[in-house]
Design a binder for this molecule. Structure first.
Ligand code: F6P
Length: 737
């Protein structure tokens, strides 16, 4: 018989600067560990709490209702004493009082480097504690090593081996919100604003917020400006002013330097502008606002998935300390030591002014060259393969937030390449009715932050007869290629155009589809433009709904969009702590509902629960409708709770796009246009769709569409997020522990 694994004792702590999403990680680590029958302790106030013995056992309820809040519920600090060996000695002595030799450390680069040193020194530390008579021989024998799993919590997004760190997405929400607000006053006064953002020596927040707000320039540590940056900047601003831009936003990363490593401060940038532009600029230092406020949906997901993965890593028992990272949209564990070393290598490269190396080590996160194309009306390029081409843009399906930034990117990239850029109004109706307009550089200037589609979009799919007039429109405007930004409708139209080329030679042109749908139901792309905004809208609404019940015993049932794709339901359920999530992919039956009802009532009766949350996808089941489930639970609750229903409706499609959707709009439109250029150069007239799987962009021939989707349910055949259902509800329902 296999021996029962020894029960682990795990300490959970947060350290260094706080970051939004830390609470989701704490909740998931604590509950994940309790589910796996571990003893769990919270170490309060970071390493200070370890040195001063602020360590307390935690239970399931200790981490209730914390996920939606910013900061960290268990406190954090930057502790000098832990940097000394004597401090680490006391910290270890305190940990051993509770038998803790497994740690989940949620923190930034400094905190995780400290953890790595601590784990390496552990054998020496326990020998010393034994020598000093502070621990017994048995204790020394029982705890020969300290296992550490790190979760990167830092708004800076400066850790190697991971695409995102906890808090970076929420910080981008704060920054884009602030810059959107500044833009309107800057626009009214035709002013230049210099905005300083955080990030230490990492330019991620500066670079990404510049893309997401349509800023004119970003100073970042990894890619310093040329020596004559003052002149260059002023020249660029003047050129854009001449083209018609009214407001200019310059973003300065707090760690920005020149090519010799001398700091370029935001106040210096303002000074240079004031002296050379003949106008007074304004300076805004965003400061700690960036680290505050509610975590975004993504940070709640990242925290939750990382917390669960951290526990699994600790239970593997293979000795090496690990760090949980997100690479290509997947949660993974990698070596803590190697990651810390690689992170320090970037900082070293920046310090040594080896900027090429710094950019290479940072990976794909920094997009400064893209920013230049989007913000500068330059001399147009020579076209594709030496010829001026005409490219048309169209949005089809329901509008998705972020579409406008995708259009802006495509227009400006096309113009920079010397193409004539056309916009087709009202989706396919514009093709049928010849509603086509030519774009100038300034036409898309203010599109970066607005929701919906400025071109108009709908679900019209031309019929056989109408394709004749579609072909006439394409011929009339001499369209060489088409970029379609949209949802399922766009893909079906593109597929038909691909076939119609055999009947109408005018339609024998390349079409590239860019995924944009709040449903996130498109093949070849794990995240479509618009889904993140819808998700955040749902999460904010559910936070408010839950809040409204602070004093009553109530179960809320919220129905969300997505058609037959459960992405929005699942991810919003995960990010708001829903007890049950109903998806079409999983189905609903009476037995399931009876079991759920039993567990829910037990929670209200025996565990002091006073609120419950159920999230249902709009097409989860034809038989078990929202009304049916709500009435069943209400009637069978035995008076323990009542059930309130909310259908969120079209608000999920509206609103300003989130930073992620703006950035995703830029990335995807940029790649879509590059595909079109390639096709025009090579003479390839087949259609395709593109997408991002993690940070990698891929392209698929349109003829493969059928093999990658379920046409009946209009969703991809396999969906990456489906396995998250168990994590989501597993952490919300207390097991019998
Ligand atoms: O590392 C996170 C961070 O917010 C940096 O972006 C910033 O430089 C620093 O922490 C600010 O630290 P403190 O909160 O200690 O002032």
């Amino acid at each position: 018989m296999p021996s029962k694994p020894i029960k682990k004792t795990i300490g959970v702590m947060t350290s260094g600067g706080d970051a939004q999403g830390m609470n989701a990680a704490i909740r998931a680590a604590v509950r994940g560990a309790l589910i796996r029958e571990c003893d769990v302790y919270a170490i309060y106030e970071g390493y200070t709490g370890m040195v001063d013995n602020l360590i307390k056992p935690v239970q399931w309820e200790s981490v209730s209702s914390i996920m939606q809040h910013g900061g960290t519920a268990i406190g954090t600090a930057r502790c000098q004493r832990f940097r000394q060996f004597s401090g680490r000695l006391r910290a270890a002595e305190n940990l051993l009082k509770y038998g803790i030799d497994n740690l989940i450390v949620i923190g930034g680069d400094g905190s995780l480097s400290g953890a790595d040193v601590f784990a390496q020194e552990w054998p020496q530390i326990i020998d010393e504690l034994f020598k000093q008579g502070k621990i017994s021989a048995l204790k020394r024998k029982r705890h020969p090593e300290l296992r550490i799993v790190g979760i990167v919590g830092s708004i800076d997004n400066d850790m190697a081996n991971t695409d995102m760190t906890l808090g970076a997405d929420s910080a981008l929400h704060r920054i884009t919100g602030a810059i959107d607000a500044l833009s309107s006053t800057a626009h009214s006064h035709q002013r230049v604003f210099v905005v300083e953002v955080m990030g230490r020596n990492c330019g991620y927040l500066a670079s990404m917020s510049a893309i997401a707000t349509g800023a004119s320039y970003a100073f970042i540590p990894e890619s310093p400006p040329p020596d004559n940056w003052g002149q260059t900047l002023c020249r660029q601003l003047r050129t854009a002013r001449k083209a018609g831009r009214r407001d200019s936003i310059i973003i300065v990363a707090e760690g920005a330097t020149d090519r010799r490593g001398n700091p370029i401060s935001s106040s210096r940038v303002k000074e240079v502008l004031d002296q050379n532009m003949g106008m007074e600029s304004r300076l805004t230092i965003l400061g700690h606002v960036q680290r505050g406020g509610a975590p975004s949906a993504f940070d709640r997901y990242l925290g939750t998935a990382s917390g669960v993965a951290a526990v699994s890593e600790l239970l593997k028992n293979d000795g090496e300390s690990r760090i949980i990272v997100m690479k290509d949209n997947r949660i993974k564990a990698v070596s803590l030591r190697e990651t810390v070393a690689k992170t320090h290598a970037v900082a070293e490269a920046v310090k040594n002014c080896d900027f090429k190396q710094a950019m290479a080590l940072r990976g794909s996160g920094i997009m400064n060259s893209v920013l230049e194309t989007l913000s500068l009306p330059g001399a147009p390029g020579r076209g594709c393969a030496g010829k001026q081409r005409t490219l048309a843009l169209i949005t089809c399906g329901w509008p998705a937030p972020g579409m406008n930034n995708a259009l802006r990117t495509a227009v400006r990239l096309g113009l920079a390449q010397g193409c004539r850029m056309l916009g087709i109004k009202q989706g396919a109706e514009g093709l049928i009715n010849n509603d086509v307009h030519e774009f100038g550089w300034m036409d898309v200037e203010e599109w970066v932050a607005s929701g919906g589609s400025k071109l108009g979009a709908n679900r019209t799919i031309p019929n056989e007869e109408e394709f004749k007039t579609v072909a006439a429109t394409v011929k009339k405007h001499k369209i060489d290629g088409l970029l379609m930004i949209g949802g399922w409708t766009a893909y079906i139209i593109a597929e038909r155009i691909d076939r119609m080329g055999e009947i109408y030679p005018e339609l024998d042109i390349p079409v590239v589809c860019v995924p944009a749908s709040i449903n996130n139901n498109l093949p070849g792309s794990e995240l479509a433009i618009g889904a993140d905004t819808a998700l955040n809208t749902i999460v904010e609404a559910v936070d408010k709904i839950k809040n409204s019940a602070d004093t009553s015993r109530r179960v809320f049932m919220v129905e969300v969009m997505g058609r037959y794709c459960g992405y929005l339901a699942l991810m919003s359920g995960l990010a708001t702590g829903a007890e049950y999530i109903y998806l079409h992919e999983q189905g609903i039956d009476l037995k399931l509902l009876q079991e759920q009802l039993k567990k829910l009532t037990r929670g209200f009766k025996k565990e002091g629960r006073d609120i419950g949350l159920l999230i249902r996808n709009e097409k989860a089941s034809e038989a078990y409708t929202m009304d049916f489930i709500a009435q069943l639970f209400d009637a069978e609750s035995g008076g323990l709770f009542d059930v309130r229903k909310t259908i969120l409706g079209p608000m999920q499609q509206g609103g300003d796009p989130t930073p992620f959707d703006r950035i995703q709009g830029t990335r995807l439109a940029y790649d879509g246009m590059l595909q079109l250029f390639e096709k025009l150069k090579s003479g390839d007239k087949t259609s395709a769709f593109i997408g991002f799987c993690g940070s990698k962009s891929s392209v698929y021939p349109m003829r493969e569409l059928g093999s990658m989707v379920s046409r009946t349910h209009q969703r991809p055949s396999g969906q990456w997020w489906e396995s998250l259902v168990n994590i989501a509800t597993g952490l919300a329902i207390k097991p019998n522990i």
